[in-house]
Design a protein around this ligand. Sequence first.
Ligand code: FEO
Length: 168
Amino acid sequence: MDNRILDLINEQMNFEYESAYIYKAMAAYTDDLDLDGFTNWLDNQSIEEIYHGEGMKDFLQSVGYKPVYTTMEAPKAEYENVLDLVKTAFAHEQEVTRRIHNIAKEANGVDERIRSFIQWYIDEQVEEEENFSKLITRLERIGDNWGAMYVLDHELGLRPAPQKPVIG
Ligand code: FEO
């Protein structure tokens, strides 16, 4: 197996865990605003990112590659407002998508096991980007209307804790 591509998966595994850390910091920001629904949603998003990292860790170990854990940057703690936070999250997910697509491109025709494995993440990123894109649209419509904001916050409070998905 091509170690260069496995190194990319190891790098992405770390980036998924870093994503979890970023969303925890975002949840701390919304908790400070007493937006309990956003906080629940972001905390659950963070758990989902851990599962994304776990999927890569499990794959690496199943092919005999020992995962390497790298240092993470301290996540951003302050935002202009919730819309700014969600826009930042959307841009982050676009970067995740770019990296996942790059892994698929590198694996294509070189190692079909990796190419097959990474397909789950390609599909997942469609949903990840859509979630944040929709939140941006809704927050732009809400503007400074705190009544509407609390309707959305209530809805986001209903997001259940994710189950560990079957990946690959
Ligand atoms: Fe694991 Fe949100 O991408």
